[in-house]
Ligand binder design. Sequence first.
Ligand code: FPP
Length: 228
Amino acid sequence: MANNKLKHLAIIMDGNGRWAENRGLKRVEGHKKGAEVVRDITTYASNHHSIETLTLYAFSSENWKRPRLEIEFLMKLLDNWLKNELETYHKHSIRFQAIGDISKFSKKLQKRIYDTQEATKNNKGLIQVLALNYGARYEIVDTINRLIKDNIEISEDNISTHLQTPYSDIDLLIRTSGEERISNFLLWQLSYSEIFFTQTLWPDFNPQELEYIIENFKNRKRRFGAIF
Ligand code: FPP
């Protein structure tokens, strides 16, 4: 029987807007509740015996197409959330890392992101990676351009180790809300990942459901292209 080890978990957190609309609330209320779920899931992952990295899609490079007020709300929420989260990061020895092009964010938010990375860099537990203004195609092109500039051979190994996310390949990707797409998330790192789609909207997602999905993952036959 398979007993796969889950080291790197990635999640596309989707459905905040629908969760709020279903309740007659403004979409931003879904984001607020979604941010609380990020904390619950991160805490669960940090206590899990095998998870080393949790990568969460928090803002894609396509999300700029949303109404200006919603974007402003998300930026403010992220800033406040990081400020308040420092306690949780230290309590569970979590290291925070951002990936994506954060130069498009306000100076204040950029500083918050850098300061949080700096403050948690010696924490030895879970690495929580937030993908912020992230797009995987851009990441791959940018990596290849850096390799060319530094005169390094273009090879699978060199690309893998020079990506913004040189942590490890992803073992399991979860997407909430019933949408079954990758949406330009971690295209290179997902090559051999198991994928699980759930109908649950992100604000309703919880550690119990994550545990169920991890059990399902453990029993999957991962072949990495070979025949076992
Ligand atoms: C998708 O819901 C979610 C996002 C655009 C971003 C994820 C943001 C959060 C979970 C909250 C903030 C996160 C942190 C780390 C503070 P959607 O708006 O696309 O939902 P919909 O598809 O139902 O419209």
